[in-house]
Every structure is written in C-alpha cells, then in structure tokens.
Design a protein around this ligand. Structure first.
Ligand SMILES: NC(=O)c1ccc[n+]([C@@H]2O[C@H](COP(=O)([O-])OP(=O)(O)OC[C@H]3O[C@@H](n4cnc5c(N)ncnc54)[C@H](O)[C@@H]3O)[C@@H](O)[C@H]2O)c1
Length: 315
C-alpha cells in the first residue's frame, strides 16, 4: 500500500487530485499538504497538514512524520503571479523542487511526480503541434523554472536512480477550486461569469489558441503516469499531454449553445504576451506510446459538464 503526500494540495489541481487518490488508496493513506490557507471540508475528510517547501528541514520532517513513500509535488508559483514576483517564483519553484528531490534521494522516496507546463516552451518553439523534443527557451520566470525542473528531475533519475516523473500540463479547467494566477485562468472564469452575469471580459484576444485540458483528464493523466511500469518509460519528467485546443472566441461560442444571451468582450493585458509565447497545440504521441495517454473530453463535452457543475455549486 502506498503512503502518499500531495504538496500544493489546497490549490486548483491538488483540491481534486487528493480526493481522487484517496478514492484509490484510502483516505488515511493520502496526506494533503497546504501552505498558508485552510483546507476545504472535502480535503479534511483525510489527513491534512501544512509546510513551507523552501524549508528543507521542515519539509523532510513532515515526510518522515507521515511515513511517506510517494510524493506528488504540486507546489508552484504560476505564470502570471511569477511575472509579478519573479524572485518568489524562482525560490519556491526551484528551491522547493530541489528540496523534494534531495529528500527523495536521501530517504529515499519510492517515487516523485512533478507537473511541468506548456510554459516550459517559448517564442522560438514551433507553436502548432509542438513536438515533445524541441526548442525550449521560455521568456517567463515560471517557464524558466519549469524547464530547469524538467532537467533537474531527469538528472536525478539518471544520476541517482530516483524514480521521478513529470508531464507538461496545458491550461487546466475545473469546477472545484479556482485557478491560482496563471495565463489560462480566463478559461475557468468565463464559465462562472457566464452563469452569474451572462457576460465576460477576457484578458486575452479572441483568436488566442492555447492547449487546454478538463480536470478529469488531468487527474487521469497524472495518475496513469504515476502508475506506468518504469520499464516502459524512455522519458521521465517531460511528457507533452494534450486534450483540446481552442480560442476564447470558440469557448464563448460553446457557452452560447447553452446560454444564448452570453456576451464576451476583450481587454488584453500583460498575459497576452505570455500566451503568445506558448504553443497553440501539442504533439503528445510520446505519452500515448510510452504510457497509453488518451484524453476523454473535448470543448463541447467540457462546457456542458462545467456549466452543469457550476450551476449546482453557485445556486
Ligand atoms: N492549473 C494549471 O492550469 C496548470 C497548468 C500547467 C501546469 N500546472 C502545474 O500543476 C501544478 C499545480 O498547479 P495548480 O494550478 O494546482 O497551482 P495552484 O497555484 O492552484 O496551487 C499551488 C499551491 O502551492 C502552494 N504554495 C505556494 N507557495 C508555497 C510554499 N512556499 N510552500 C508550500 N506551498 C506553497 C499554494 O498555497 C497553492 O495552493 C504546478 O506545478 C503547476 O505548475 C498547472
């Protein structure tokens, strides 16, 4: 039986990954680790704790205290927040990850799973059907830390034999927790505003295409990668995973099919430049080949499900 810790567990992905892992491994075997905020009621159905991941001694103490063998390290300062405070993004994303890997090597841990992002690419990367192996010269601090994180994870696998795995998530859309300061946050906010106000002002231009994924697929991706037989993996911390690709205009049209009076307008801000430096779509054939990745949701099925779930949540 695995004893799992999820760091960054009170964030957008952790809030849904923890319940999914608990369903599979049992409530008591999955520890949700937050930072400064309080856990939701749902997360409090199993063990919850908090830690500052840049404090290695404290981080290691929590891992030992809870008898952990598998770590999902989700802590990150995201793209838009990272551009407002690049020093914090460097410290948390790099030193937090370095601590996780060092603790993993020293104890040792059986496995560490760490998400990367499409932010690990940059303006010189081919933007359509971006290959798994290509130019990675990001222009955000978040992206710099994500490329370095991929390389560091691969280094720990090769040098120390630590089982580290990671995948490059596109923008994740979900109904449980709000996104935490990324460039794809609009794609979640738009559903809330469509239901509450029947209108939305988007911070990206109408024709900005970005790769996206609905949370049930994101959970499946990270859990499938975590369980893949290591003998099948030729890559480790750098798998492209794709599900769909759409623009704000296309997303608005999919919402209008359910809420005909919905209106959208556009006021691009600093996040437009970040979006313009990222891929429009990803070639994820490496993940499909090595561990059988296959998404379920497209834009139409996600919009239907999101609107149903949020209508229930905010009524
Ligand atoms: N959400 C997305 O669209 C998306 C897309 C691509 C990649 N990812 C990656 O997935 C992972 C999880 O993303 P998310 O969207 O859930 O992030 P999030 O911002 O919602 O959550 C991250 C959590 O980390 C915690 N944290 C911040 N600093 C900390 C510190 N010093 N010590 C301990 N905890 C700290 C925060 O409290 C927050 O709850 C990240 O690695 C992110 O880069 C997310």
């Amino acid at each position: 039986m695995r004893k799992i810790m999820v760091t960054g567990a009170f964030g957008q992905i952790g809030s849904e990954l923890v319940p999914a892992l608990r369903k599979k491994y049992g409530n008591e075997n999955v520890v949700a680790i937050g930072h400064k905020s309080k856990p939701s009621e749902k997360l409090m159905e199993g063990p919850c704790d908090s830690v500052e991941v840049t404090d290695k001694k404290a981080f290691e103490g929590k891992i030992k205290e809870h008898g952990i063998d598998t770590l999902y390290h989700l802590v990150s300062i995201l793209s838009a927040s990272g551009e407002k405070n690049p020093g914090l993004a460097w410290n948390v994303n790099m030193n937090g990850l370095y601590n996780a890997l060092e603790i993993g090597r020293e104890l040792p841990l059986e496995r560490i799973i760490m998400p990367s992002s499409i932010a690990a690419f940059g303006p010189e990367t081919p933007r359509d059907n971006t290959p798994n192996e290509t130019i990675q010269r990001p222009t955000t601090m978040y992206g710099v830390t994500k490329v370095a994180g991929e390389l560091l994870g691969n280094y720990y696998f090769k040098k120390f034999g630590l089982d580290v795995r990671g995948l490059r998530f596109p923008g994740i859309i979900s109904s449980e927790a709000l996104p935490g300061g990324g460039t794809t946050d609009y794609a979640v906010e738009i559903y809330y505003e469509a239901l509450k106000k029947k209108s939305y002002t988007c911070f990206l231009k109408p024709d900005t295409y970005l790769p996206m994924m609905y949370m049930p697929d994101a959970l499946k991706a990270i859990m499938d990668l975590a369980q893949a037989p290591i003998s099948k993996l030729k890559h480790h911390c750098d798998f492209n995973v794709n599900a769909m690709s759409f623009s704000p205009k296309e997303q608005a049209e999919s919402i209008k099919k359910h809420i005909p009076e919905f209106m959208i307008d556009y006021k691009p801000d600093f996040r437009q430049a970040i979006a313009d430096s990222w891929p429009k779509s990803l070639d994820d054939s490496t993940a499909r080949r090595e561990w059988g990745w296959k998404p379920k949701y497209d834009l139409a099925s996600m919009t239907k499900d999101m609107l149903e779930k949020l209508a229930e949540k905010i009524k």
